[in-house]
Design a protein. Structure first.
Length: 984
């Protein structure tokens, strides 16, 4: 029923599930998105298989209308009741449609499968309560030529979707889940459950409930919007949430991931798997660790999530403008660091920078006559959402504000309105336009406002501003002022859009309070584990962690420095990965933190409390029984061919040796197996490659760097008890966990396993080196063997197939920090490219009072050193300033070649440097900040060096009555005032 002259409409069902609305003007965003359903066959009572109600299996004809069981290409309607799909005796097939009006549809076995064409309705009308429970099996929503939708909450229905929960695999495939405003949508993803989709799309006024307890969200390679579009939050409970992003895919999650208070206080963490990219931009508080096992995790603050480029004419960004002597703008550089530069064309005039525009905040003035003012970039970019802060002048007539360079496509202004929807040449023709956050396109000449334009799909354009077309015949030059332009690569949802609009309105117009943007993209004081080969991009955000684990990369390519704070809650850990880019690191808490990877961070490093150890090995960990290291060929005994290995000796020199049982089953040495470091290849060509230890030893903790080459391992006996079915074994790509009594690390007996430092992970990747850690619940004593420890004559295939780099065996259970220290040292040794340092030579280091920087016996060079703490155990060269704050203690060997900056106070206190060894003053400049008034004391000790003072300062200027006194083990500053009388 159509109601002329009003915005009201009535649903009608003439056999189809459709909505029709009549408009006299442009469509609002709500109109555009209001429940239009596609690819719906007309309802024909005789063509539907109808479940009339009751409880039974899909293939039980008693509950079907006229006994007709839905199958094949039928359209199926479920009126009520509970219908269970097992597919034991038949298959539901590829249904033409599935219309669940009221009741429950259950998939309960791994064989259960339904394929249904879109739309799949879970409840259709107000008062209807419909539920789908996919506890096992597959529900596949498909389509012919249109997106495949599963619709919830249509027309006021109460809709529930639950996937997983039985412990077995349960999967839902669809292009989109859609939650409509009139109804109630409850989506639950439980353990074992997977939803694979492009997005969960919610109406702006809907409030879908989304909860996950051990489930997985997987995106496909498509999608032009956020993964949880307009979803206010996702509640994370027991077993957490997993995001699976395939290679090449980007999953943008702006919805806050919140701890479900109804669940336990911990254990609800986040796993990132898959080679693609996951972007988080909400305030997240899930109660568990964040584990990045593959691909990239990007922590993007709201303004940077999806940002392509940002042009800002405010006083804070003046360095992005290239001006001539007349304030003509020759170039406008993207201030986000993406590298876009908009430059003028020589044949056209420049816009002019005027600091008084926009209430004194500054801006660019473009043409106010028919002269073309134009800035263009030379690089293409994918863009779907544009924000612009502008003040249009009078006289605009289809004039180009922003768009495709040298083409008639973009955002155009009429006299008092943004053109929408004019024709296909308009950027937002099939999208939306907002002014100051309200849907609509009108504006007032001479008044600044925030314009938002969203295209129906992403456009890959080389863009220009001002007269973007630049046509010499059709002079369509924008008349007005521009303050700021932000462009994004996807369609932002309503919450994201409104936050950016409010930010710009607060900044430039002062008409609304500034929004509180998300600043805790990772849970505060949580644990972050980054696997080798994976990465985390802080993207200008900051994070406070208790622990940082793994061997991956933490970086930041944004101009804004990211602060990474670790060690919260006095946590102790070791990190083998790398911190790179524009990152500042701060170590807090009383615990010990170990960095063992190659770091190239450009921000400062601050040790605020506790101890930061820069470790390159694990020699400090006691209890080592033996270490087999293939990077040391001298520990290997070869046959005459120089490659077959007959014996492998402990690299620590204990005399313990592993030897082959005959010369026919030798592992083969290859000097290039592990990135230029040597390794032994076991199981080549079916050879069992068995090596026996020379005696009985104790063992409780085992570390092994190795790599499988294929999927052929089946109970592959890597290391274990000689002649027994007991040890560390791998099947396919899994080190058995929790295993059984035959597994060295059997979980039921208190064991533990870790892959690349990630506890309880037991899955590895073919062709990638990995570190497996296996811990027994109690100390064991036996004669060990490697390669094929059992040596069974019956189970001849249970030998290890792969490459081995290093094995360490300890006779005790290590503490968590000790275990992580060994793991970090091994991963840094075998996984890194080599040639780097734990601390870059450009590092600006501060060690606060009470804190310690432990060099772990190594040698480091840094750019500067400050603070009142202690640097110990190694050799430190400082090429720049040394600035004590109080007493700076250096028990490491010190070489200072820059400037020593000391402040002296009139009350008798002063900054000082205390060196345990010798100190050579040659090449060191002394800079003193002296009090203006006479001091209360006559002498200050500036430097002590127990090993002796050598040389003289390269430069040290001290005005009278101050005087420097260099003694054998100290440098003092004295103050002599008054009249000096010499009596003879």
């Amino acid at each position: 029923v159509l109601r002329v002259g009003t915005s009201a409409y009535t649903n009608f069902f003439a056999g189809a599930l459709s909505r029709v609305r009549v408009h006299t003007g442009t469509l609002s965003e709500d109109d555009v998105r209001h429940n239009y359903l596609t690819d719906v066959p007309s309802f024909r009572a005789g063509g539907y298989a109808v479940w009339n109600g009751g409880t039974g299996d899909w293939n039980a004809p008693a509950f079907w209308q006229d006994g007709r069981v839905g199958a094949g290409l039928d359209a199926v309607r479920i009126q009520s009741g509970s219908l269970t799909v097992t597919n034991d005796d038949m298959t539901a097939g590829s249904l033409a449609m599935l219309d669940l009006r009221t009741g429950t549809l259950k998939l309960t076995t791994s064989a259960a499968r339904i394929d249904s064409r879109t739309p799949f309705l879970v409840g259709r009308e107000s008062g209807q309560a419909a539920a789908i429970n996919v506890s096992s099996g597959v529900l596949h929503v498909v389509s012919s030529g249109n997106p495949a939708y599963l619709d919830l909450g249509v027309n006021g229905a109460l809709s529930t979707l639950e996937v997983g929960g039985s412990g077995t695999a349960a999967t839902l495939y669809t292009a989109q889940l859609r939650a409509f405003a009139e109804g109630t949508s409850d989506i639950r993803v439980m353990k074992g459950g997977v939803i694979e989709m492009d997005a969960l799309f919610a109406d702006a006024l809907s409030v879908p409930s989304v909860s996950v307890a051990g489930g997985t969200f997987r995106n496909r390679t498509g999608g032009t919007m956020g993964y949880f579009f307009n979803v206010p939050q996702v509640n994370v409970s027991t077993d957490g949430v997993t995001f699976d992003t395939p290679a090449g895919a980007v999953m943008a999650v702006s919805a806050p991931l919140l701890h479900d208070a109804s669940g336990p206080d911990s254990g609800g963490g986040l796993r990132k798997i898959g080679a693609g990219t996951l972007i988080l931009s909400g305030t997240n508080s899930y109660a568990g660790a964040t584990s990045v096992e593959a691909g990239a995790l990007v922590l993007a603050p709201r303004l940077l999530d999806g940002l392509v480029y940002r042009l800002d004419a405010s006083a804070d960004a003046l360095d992005t403008l290239a001006l001539d002597a007349s304030s003509n703008v020759l170039a406008w550089t993207d201030c986000s660091g993406a590298g876009f530069v908009f430059t003028t064309n020589k044949t056209e005039m420049c816009p002019v920078y005027e600091p008084a525009l926009f209430g004194g905040r500054g801006g660019l003035r473009f043409s106010r006559d028919n002269t073309c003012y134009r800035l263009a970039t030379d690089r293409a970019a994918k863009i779907q959402t544009v924000f612009a802060v502008i003040t249009p002048a009078a006289g605009n007539d289809i004039d180009g504000l922003w768009g495709r360079s040298e083409q008639d496509y973009g955002i155009r202004l009429q006299t008092t309105a943004v053109q929408y929807t004019g024709n296909a040449n308009d950027f937002a023709a099939s999208g939306e336009v907002y002014t100051n956050g309200a849907f609509g396109n009108g504006f007032t000449v001479g008044q600044p406002f925030v314009l938002t334009a969203i295209a129906g799909s992403p456009q890959t354009w080389v863009t220009a501003i001002g007269d973007y077309w630049g046509n010499l015949t059709h002079r369509r030059a924008y008349r007005g002022d521009i303050a700021e332009i932000l462009t994004y690569d996807r369609r932002l949802d309503d919450r994201e859009r409104r936050e950016i609009e409010r930010y710009l309105m607060a900044k430039w117009l002062g008409t609304v309070p500034a929004p509180v943007l998300a600043d805790r993209l990772l849970p505060h004081a949580g644990t972050l584990a980054v696997n080798a080969g994976a990465s985390v991009d802080l993207h200008g955000s900051s994070a406070t962690l208790s622990a940082l684990l793994g061997a991956g990369v933490i970086g930041n390519g944004q101009p804004a420095t990211s602060l990474l704070t670790v060690g919260a809650d006095d946590a102790e850990f070791a990190f083998a990965g790398s911190v790179t880019g524009n990152v500042a690191v701060s170590k807090t808490g009383a615990g010990r933190v170990v960095f063992a990877g190659q770091n190239t961070l450009s921000g400062p490093l601050t040790v605020e409390a506790g101890t930061l150890t820069l470790a390159s090995d694990a020699s400090s960990v006691t209890g080592l029984v033996y270490r087999l290291d293939a990077s040391q060929p001298a520990t290997l005994t070869f046959l005459a061919d120089g490659s077959n290995v007959t014996a492998w000796a402990d690299a620590e020199g204990s005399g313990f040796t592993f030897a082959t049982t005959n010369d026919l089953n030798c592992p083969v040495y290859n000097a290039a197996l592990f990135g230029g470091r040597g390794g032994l290849h076991f199981g080549r060509g079916g050879a069992r490659g068995r090596m026996l230890g020379s005696g009985v030893t104790n063992a409780q903790t085992v570390f092994a760097v190795n790599m499988i080459r294929d999927l052929s391992n089946d109970n592959g006996g890597f290391w274990g008890r000689e002649g027994q079915d007991s040890g560390l074994r791998i099947g396919n790509t899994t080190w058995y966990w929790p295993g059984n009594n035959n597994d060295f690390h059997y979980g039921g007996a208190g064991g533990l396993i870790a892959i690349n430092g990630i506890v309880s992970n037991s899955v590895v990747t073919v062709g990638q080196p990995h570190l497996v850690t296996s811990v027994n619940g109690a100390r064991q004593s036996f004669r060990p063997a490697i390669g094929d420890y059992w040596g069974s004559s019956q189970w001849t295939g249970r030998y290890y197939r792969g490459d081995v780099a290093e094995i360490l065996v300890f006779d005790r259970s290590l503490t968590a920090l000790e275990r992580q220290t060994v793991e970090a040292a091994l991963m840094a040794k075998w996984f890194s490219a080599g040639g780097g340092s734990v601390l870059p030579t450009s590092a600006a280091v501060t060690v606060q009072a009470g804190a310690t920087l432990d060099l772990a016996g190594d040698t480091f060079t840094v750019a500067s050193l400050a603070g009142g703490g202690c640097v110990s155990n190694g050799t430190l060269t400082v090429t720049g300033s040394v600035s004590p704050d109080g007493e700076l203690c250096v028990t490491a060997a010190a070489q200072l070649t820059g400037t020593l900056v000391l402040s002296v106070e009139a009350d008798g206190s002063c900054d000082s440097l205390a060196v345990a060894g010798a100190l050579d003053l040659s090449g060191l400049t002394l800079e003193l900040n002296l009090p203006a008034e006479p001091p209360a004391v006559g002498s200050y000790t500036l430097i002590t060096a127990a090993g002796g003072i050598q040389g003289v300062f390269e430069q040290a200027s001290v005005a009278k009555p101050w005087r420097l006194v260099v003694e054998p083990t100290a440098v003092r500053l004295t103050y002599v005032s008054g009249t000096l009388m010499l009596l003879k």
